[in-house]
Write a protein that binds this ligand. Structure first.
Ligand code: PBG
Length: 334
């Protein structure tokens, strides 16, 4: 396959880098606005835009404001928006029933967006942490995160989201068997075209810190998530998890976090050739934004370079808090 390279000076690599035109023609990977999924934080109230301290430039939006944001995103060509609720602490319980309340904040936001901006795909988070008094993604008994009982709760949650009109369900909980259980329940309820983007290779990462502030889970969380999220030292296990979730009915798969795990993205794409996504998580966003705000790096340039890197690593798309900003830059021809 690989042609033999003639020796210097017959071959000069700098020829194809000598002008913008040649660089454009020989560029192997490109970022498009169509690659972006925009994660947004929602909260109760009307006309509320509440900045998140550990994520400069990102806010929690009330439902009316998130509808306006979805409209703006659709106008920019962003194909999907992903909702993360900040839940009133008074609604958090050990049994997490708010998670499948048809009128919970996330479900109300799904209906409001689909009513006003039907063309944008709405993605959800399927995990119990925003509703859990102890901050975990699954139900906890005597300090143990229960698997099978959590899957039952996640199925109820997923069905309530599908009923509300969600297009893409994002199980991010890392319980075993949840994709198959959710897929069966969706088929049984005639939600045949609801897609599942499985957080299949999700690592137990310190890069989620700012997100947990954003959804109000930092205070509640007791201990860590290492009994269900992956060990950052593992790579083969990620492939086994992806294969398992595909067999159980995932339509698309995700690697998370993003930048420190691009090697995993590449292995997943090469091995399975399925729609592959990465989540440039909160800590990655805050790291780049923080450095830019301090004048240590050029914010726009590191943003675009980091997003292009996901495409080079084989991703079909990226969940990123930078989505609207990147979309604006792409529209201006950057
Ligand atoms: C929880 C969830 C998390 C993120 C998405 N869904 C945090 C966690 O697992 O603790 C992290 C996203 C980010 O950091 O931007 N179900």
């Amino acid at each position: 396959m690989r042609p033999t390279q003639a020796a210097f000076p017959t071959t000069r690599f700098r020829r194809t880098r000598a002008s913008t035109a040649l660089r454009d023609l020989t560029q192997e990977n490109r970022l498009s606005v169509k690659d972006l999924i925009w994660p947004v934080f929602i909260r109760d109230g009307m006309n509320v835009d509440e900045p998140i301290g550990s994520m400069p430039g990102v806010s929690r939006l009330s439902v009316d404001r998130v509808v306006a944001a979805a409209e703006r995103a659709a106008g920019l060509g962003i194909p999907a928006i992903c909702l993360f609720p900040y839940t009133d602490p008074a609604l958090k319980t050990e049994t997490c029933e708010e998670a499948w309340n048809p009128d919970n904040l996330a479900n109300r936001a799904i209906r409001a967006i689909k009513a006003e901006v039907p063309e944008i795909a709405v993605m959800t988070d399927v995990a119990l942490d925003p509703y859990n008094a102890n901050g975990h993604d699954g139900l906890v008994r005597d300090g143990v995160i229960l698997n099978d009982e959590s899957v039952e709760a996640l199925v109820k949650m997923a069905l309530a989201q599908a009923e509300s009109g969600a297009d893409i369900l994002g199980p991010s909980d890392m319980m075993d068997g949840r994709i198959g259980a959710i897929r069966q329940a969706l088929e049984a309820a005639d939600h045949r075209n609801v897609t599942i983007l499985s957080y299949a290779a999700k690592y137990a990462s310190a890069f989620y810190g700012p997100f947990r502030d954003a959804v109000g889970a930092s205070g509640a969380l007791k201990g860590d998530k290492k009994t269900y999220q992956m060990n950052p030292g593992n790579s083969d296990e990620a492939l086994r998890l992806i294969e398992r979730d595909l067999r159980e009915g995932a339509d698309m798969v995700m690697v998370k976090p993003g930048m420190p795990y691009l090697d995993i993205c590449r292995r997943v794409k090469d091995t399975f050739g399925v729609p592959t996504y990465a989540y440039q998580v909160s800590g990655e966003y805050s790291m780049l934004r923080g450095a830019a705000l301090n004048g240590w790096v050029d914010g726009e340039k590191v943003m675009m370079e980091s997003l292009l890197a996901f495409k080079r690593a084989g991703c079909d798309g990226i969940l990123t808090y930078f989505a609207p900003e990147a979309a604006l830059l792409l529209a201006s021809g950057a």
